[in-house]
Structure formats: C-alpha cells, structure tokens
Write a protein that binds this ligand. Structure first.
Ligand code: BGC
Ligand code: NOJ
Length: 812
C-alpha cells in the first residue's frame, strides 16, 4: 500500500493523504539555519545546534506524534468555520491534500470548502531564516472574506532547559512587536545577543504573542480561541509561553489568488550594539529589518527558491546514473545523497527520533558520514575532518561526541569507544581520494581543542592507528573499551542498576574483552594509512603499518574464525561472543561484512563461507538481521544489546547501517547478484509498495527495520539520521556500480547482476566530467576500458585533466 508517489522529475516525494503511518518528514536548511517539517507541517527550527539554539518549541512524545509546528489557520469570516491547510492541527478533511517533500523544501496544502491553500516552506541559501509562502485561492462562485492566522511557539533557546526548568522559564519570556514583525527576545536583556523574529508580508489586523491568549484556557492548537473568535487580542507575552501569531484579513473574488509570505528568522547583533537606543532594553532591529524587507518581496523569494533548486542541482549533479533499476536510479540520483546531506548537517542530533538535546555530532558517525557527502561538499568535508580531529585526545582516543555550536568534546558521553579513532582515517582517506588535496594532512590541528597542542593532521592519524596497536588484549585482538561500532555490545559495563547509562558506565578495567570488529576495521584503516604514508614518501612507516595489518589478519584467522563465520568478540571472561559455542547470539553480521570488506579471507575462502552463513542465518526478505539467535533475556556481561526485546535495534533488528557492509563484501567477492539483491531488500523506494508494513518514509533509509524475531517484522524506525545513508550510497555507487575515486584516477570496477546489460553514469571528479558507459559482454566482472576512444590498461581512468572525458567500460 502506498501513501503517495515519487515525482522524480521534480525530485519530490508527493504524499497524497495526510494520515501516513508515521510523520513523513523533510529537512529545511543546509548551512546554519535548519528545520524539520512533517507532512502535516509539524516540526521545529534551530540555528546550528538543535539543543543550544532552538528557535521554536517542540514537544517530543506528543500525541499525535508530530503535533506542534508551522501552522496556518484559515477562517471563513462569514460562517465562522476554520481549518488548517496542512491538515494538522485541526484535522478537518481536506480535498486534494498534497505534501511535496523536495530537496530542502516542502509544499503542503489542500482545499477546504472551496478555498485552496498551499504553503511552500524553505530556507534561502546563506540566510538564517525560513520562508512560508502561502498561496490562497478562492474556488467558490462567490467572493469570500477570510481571516488568516499564523502561529509559532517560541523555544526559550536551550531546548533542554526549555523542557524542564519551568520555575524559571515561566517568568523570563519577552517579546517586542513592531508593525507586523514579532520579535522574540527572551534572555536578550542579559547574555544573549541573538533574537528571533516572525514577519508577515500583509498588513495585519492584530497579533498575539502570549500563548494562552491565542489558544485560550483549556484549549489546544486544534481550536485556538483567537481563530474561533476571528480576532487576535494583541497580547504581549510577559513570561509564560511566548508565541507568534499574525492575523490577516483577506477578501478574495472567485478565482482570485493571493499570496502571504511569513518569515521566521534568527538574528545576532554585535554585543556593543544590542540595543537601540543604546542604554535602552529595546532590540536594535537595523540588521533584521534589512533581511525582512528583502524576503517580504515575492520576487526575491522566488529568486531565493530558484537558487536553492540550483544548489541542489549542483550537489546531485556530481553523480548521476541510469541503470536498469528505477529504485537504484531514484535513490542514487536523488534521495540517498539528500539523506547524506542531512546526516552531514545534523549528524544524529535532531530528527523525529532524536530529540536534538541528547546527541551532538558523533566522532565515528560523522567520520563515516563523510563517505556519503565528500563528493558533494569537499571543502565543508575538509572543515568537518579538521573539527573532528581537533576533538581527538592526546592519547589518540576520541570524545564520542561534540556539540556543533562549541565544537568541543562532550564530556557527558566521554570517550574509550575503541573503534572511534580509526574512523578518522577512513574519512580522511575518502577525502584524499576524492579531492587529491594532500595539504589537509599538514594542517595544524590541536588535541582536545587545547591551544598550543597543534600538530599536523597526519599525526592525528598516526595516533589513531597507534591507539589500537597499544590496546591489544589477550588474543592480540583490539580491546573493545566501552563499545565498538555496536554501541550496545557493552562488555565492560556489567550494569545491574536500572537507568544507568550503558554507554558511560564501566565496571571492568577493560583489559580482557576484545573486538574482532575493531580488528577488521584496523586492517582496513591500517591499509589506508599505509597507502597514505607511502604516497608521502614514508616507505618505512608504510611498511610497518602493513606488517601490523598482516599480523592482525593472522590473529583474526587464528582467534577470530569460528569455522563457518567470524567471531564477534571475546567477553570479559575470555569467552567467545558470536560463536557456535554460544547459546544465543551465535553469529553477528558486523564481523562478516566488515572483515570481508577489509579484504580478510578473500584468498583462503573464509570470506565466501562467512558470506554464505550470512545468507543462510541472517538474511530475511526485509534485510539481514544483526545477530542470531536473538538474546531472549538480559545478560549482565553483554550489556545493552540484550536489553532490547528480540528483533529490535541491536538485538537482532535489521540494522540498515551494516547491511551495506555485506553488499560491499559480496561485491568484493565478485557476486553482483547477491550484492544488488541485498541492496534492494532495504532500498526504501523498493519498499514503497509495503508502506503499511514499513511505515517510515519510502524516500530515506531508517536506522532499523524490525527483525524476524519481532512481532512487527519489516517495520522501520528511526528514519533519516543514520550511517545507513552514507554506507548504502557508498556501497551502491562505489562497489556495485563500481565508480570509485582513487589517488591516481577514477577506478571503474562494477560488480553488477548478471542480467544487467550495463548502465550509464555521469561523475564529476577532480574538476572533470566523466561520461561513463558500462556494457556487459559476458558474465564476469573483468573490465576493459576505452577512454576518449583509446584503450587503457587496467581499470583506472587516469587523471586526464580534460573537462569532459568519455569512458567506455566493457565487463565480462
Ligand atoms: C542505541 C544505539 C545508539 C546508542 C547511542 C543505544 O540505545 O541502541 O543504536 O548508538 O544508544 O547512544
Ligand atoms: C547508532 C549510533 O549513532 C552509531 O554510532 C552506532 O554505531 C550504531 N547505533 C550501532 O550501535
């Protein structure tokens, strides 16, 4: 069952009924000002940091799920009837309801009693504001007198405090109203030099800024008293809950359309110039007024929208493909890179499943996300790498997270996730291959953001690799620390206290429990660093890394191989986790995918055996589960993984993040049919037809799909902010379609299904445009290349320097 359809030409998903199984959301903004918006206009906005600088209030755990947002109300002033063209929050039946989620914008609206209204929501490039462009058309035979009410509820900036510190909050709210602009200035009198403003293009006949005055006592957003009455009360908020609402009166002739533009913005003033006149408590509005005037002009708004469209055209234009499969095309060309940009912008901080207060930017998450966006925004990727490295600790270890506003490591979550530092190498290598910008390695970067501790980025990478080498356990495998990629495999935690954090509690010294996953990651990262060292002329150092890698591979085959698959870990008692010896959790997906992806076992046949075990024991029609059998009870020595009911999250859920590891592994093993088969099992577009089961958005990946042990097998959760985005993009583009940036040029190494006759691709790489045609001539994966009409040895298109290059690849 579907709730809409893909409009690929416009790069939109069109939702045709508002009651989607879950809110289906979109992101607005791509630089500093961001918003989340659901298909019924629910959601909120923030400047840079969803916790520390939240503009509008949002109540997680609300009923319905996405209540609270950017609502417009229309009222027929003759009948007194009122409704909301985004369906929520009045929930009256709309005709022709449609929500078009596009690249950085959403258009939501429908018709009610002959009045059509659609609002286009977007954030203009290079601005800290959002536009709500509302078009209202009278489809009746008679003229109509309407009232239009806007509404936002302001957040008192720190979202954590806003949701908890009521004894203070109820007394601090402040606003100013100047013409039709409402200014929210809570805490501006003291240490903040920023404020929010809410403007309207039409002359207003009233406003409200006090929530209770607008909504009315014992009422909700579904029937605000001001709307019901048809009159705002010009309330000024003193404490309690500041809101913004404009009241505009409109008379529309039959067939007439009018547009009202609402703008919500964020503004900072120089500390010395906060007030006007100086010495007063009145906001200096000079800066804000300029921006407001610009965007209340419909022509400028249209220009800004076109600029946003062309920005996305440029981003997506870097890699476009035309394959025999429409789901592949749609995800690769449009939605998967769009999701990768969302993970770049907000990491795991703000979605409908991430509260925006708990998690900043993860060290491992952001390092991996680079794989999915480095080709679109290389210079911003560079900055991200340097920011991440600056939070690295002198030991080579890393804070698990940092707050984007301060760019400082987050002490609450701490460190000692022993995989973290290695991901920095993976991310940096991806950047180097994409850009060829070796200068990044010489950038001075501090440790733990301490001035004076700056060392070249390259040294950070050296410390990353040494961090693992210096922390090996009894079998010579890397010690796991608090956890590795799997945050929930907490082998040193031993928590028996309810509510204690599995992530930060450590009751064991951590000298025994080891991770085969980190061993595989070390092999991959070690090879990458060896290559980088060699290319920097450090042949000896490169050789040393390769020797360590070889030794680790040896250790994995000696202590990490279980007979039919790779072992997952050794616990604190030195017993195997993820082995046939275990009662539950006998086989885990991570070491199978990652070991093979890193090249382990490709020669001795263990890779193929491990992958066959995945197919036999972990694969389901909805994707491959994380482990089997699921843990049926809580195990003190395993931690959070066994806290989840079977089939959910890390306890045998389908973790969409590590499914692509298996796709890449299958590609490395040369099995294109299997690789694409796995790809399509979790491809959201391919699951659109079962939206009533999948329930999440059919245009972006979820973090997890319930596994076969769950009563809701096939149901997705936690959409948008997940490493799944980058890894699937990387798997399909670089390993299955096989278009792979390399140090010496673009490598062409497709491992596609046997029944594909080929595909076309267009890739911009190091300033040149490559027009690639892949043609299947036989069943194998061997590649023969013709570049600009000339045959080339090997499968790397040399860095030609020409602006346009034609590549013909024959595989067979
Ligand atoms: C989740 C993990 C997540 C971790 C981060 C756990 O509860 O299951 O997926 O990585 O929290 O804090
Ligand atoms: C989500 C976290 O963001 C990520 O860092 C982790 O690797 C996975 N969960 C698996 O636990």
């Amino acid at each position: 069952m579907q709730f809409g359809y893909f409009d690929d030409k416009n790069r939109e998903y069109v939702i045709t009924r508002p009651d989607t199984p879950l809110p289906w959301i979109n992101y607005l903004g791509c630089q500093a000002y961001f918003g989340l918006i659901s298909n019924t206009a629910g959601g909120y906005s923030f400047y840079r940091d969803a916790r520390l600088r939240r503009l509008t209030r949002y109540r997680y755990n609300n009923v319905p799920f996405d209540l609270g947002g950017r609502y417009i109300y229309l009222r027929d002033d003759e009948s007194g009837d009122y409704w909301s063209p985004s369906w929520a929050p009045t929930y009256y039946d709309l005709e022709d309801y449609e929500c078009r989620h596009g690249m950085g914008y959403s258009i939501i609206g429908g018709r009610y009693s002959g009045i059509e209204a659609r609002t286009r929501y977007f954030v203009p490039m290079d601005e800290n504001l959002e536009v709500w462009q509302c078009s209202i058309t009278n489809r009746r035979a008679d003229h109509v007198e309407l009232s239009v009410f806007s509404s936002v509820e302001f957040c008192l900036w720190d979202a954590q405090d806003d949701a908890t510190n009521f004894q203070r909050n109820f007394s601090i709210g402040e606003v100013e109203v100047d013409g039709s602009v409402i200014y929210h200035k809570t805490e501006y009198r003291e240490r903040r030099n920023h404020f929010a403003w809410f403007a309207c293009s039409a002359p207003i006949s009233g406003f409200d800024t006090q929530r209770d005055a607008f909504v009315g006592p014992y009422r909700g957003w579904d029937r605000p008293i001001a709307v019901e009455r048809g009159e705002a009360s010009n309330s000024i908020a003193h404490g309690w809950a500041p809101v913004g609402s404009h009241h505009v009166k409109l008379m529309l002739e039959p067939g007439e359309t009018r547009q009202i533009i609402f703008l919500l913005g964020y503004q900072e003033n120089e500390v010395e110039q906060k007030f006007d006149p100086p010495g007063s408590q009145t906001i200096n509005k000079a800066g804000a007024r300029v921006v407001i005037a610009k965007y209340l002009d419909a022509g400028n708004v249209e220009k800004a929208f076109q600029a946003l469209r062309s920005h996305w055209c440029d981003l997506l234009g870097v890699c476009q493909v035309d394959t025999p499969d429409e789901h592949t095309n749609r995800m690769v060309n449009i939605w998967n890179p769009c999701q990768c940009m969302a993970t770049f912008n907000v990491s795991r901080s703000a979605s409908f499943y991430e509260s925006g207060i708990g998690r900043g930017l993860g060290f491992r998450d952001s390092s991996q996300d680079l794989l999915g966006f480095v080709h679109m925004v290389p210079s911003r990727a560079r900055e991200r790498i340097l920011d991440l490295a600056a939070t690295q600790l002198p030991t080579g270890g890393a804070y698990h997270q940092y707050q984007p506003l301060t760019k400082r490591g987050n002490n609450d979550i701490g460190s000692n996730f022993n995989d973290d530092p290695l991901w920095l190498i993976i991310g940096t290598a991806a950047y180097l291959k994409e850009t060829g910008d070796w200068s990044i390695l010489d950038e001075p970067v501090p440790y733990d953001n301490q001035p004076g501790t700056e060392q070249p980025l390259y040294e950070h990478l050296q410390r990353s690799i040494r961090y693992t080498m210096e922390r090996l356990g009894p079998h010579g495998l890397p010690l796991i620390g608090r956890a590795d990629w799997n945050d929930c495999l907490n082998l040193n935690c031993f928590s028996d206290t309810p509510g204690q954090s599995f992530q930060t509690t450590t009751n064991k010294e951590g000298k025994v429990a080891e991770s085969v996953f980190i061993a595989a990651l070390f092999v991959l990262a070690g090879r990458e660093l060896a290559e980088i060292a060699a290319r920097r002329g450090l042949a000896q150092e490169s050789g040393r890394y390769l020797a360590e890698v070889a030794r680790m591979e040896q250790t994995v085959s000696q202590h990490g191989w279980d007979g039919k698959w790779f072992v997952r870990a050794y616990d604190d008692s030195g017993r195997k986790v993820g082995s046939a010896e275990c009662d539950e959790g006998k086989i885990f997906i991570e070491p199978q995918g990652f070991a093979v992806l890193a090249g382990i076992g490709l020669e001795d046949g263990t890779a193929a055996t491990a992958l066959d075990s995945v197919r036999e024991l972990l694969a389901t029609p909805h994707g491959s589960v994380l482990q089997q059998p699921a843990y049926s009870r809580y195990y003190l020595h395993l931690g959070e993984i066994s806290s989840y009911p079977p089939g959910y999250k890390e306890n045998a859920g389908i973790f969409c993040h590590n499914n692509p590891w298996v796709m890449i592994a299958e590609a490395r093993a040369g099995r294109g049919d299997r690789a694409l088969d796995y790809y399509l099992r979790i491809n959201p577009s391919a699951r659109e037809g079962i939206s009533e089961i999948h329930r999440c958005e059919p245009y972006v990946y979820p973090q997890m799909i319930a596994g076969r042990d769950a009563p809701t097998h096939g149901e997705a959760k936690n959409s948008w902010l997940t490493g799944t985005a980058a890894w699937n993009y990387y798997a399909i583009t670089q390993w299955i379609l096989g278009i792979r940036p390399g140090y010496d040029g673009l490598e062409i190494a497709p491992v596609i299904p046997e029944d594909w006759s080929g595909f076309l691709a267009m890739r911009t790489f190091r300033g040149a445009k490559y027009h690639i045609t892949v043609r299947r001539a036989g069943p194998g994966n061997r590649v023969a290349l013709v570049v600009d009409g000339k045959a080339v040895d090997g499968n790397i298109v040399p860095l030609a320097g020409g602006a346009e290059t034609t590549v013909e690849a024959t595989i067979g």
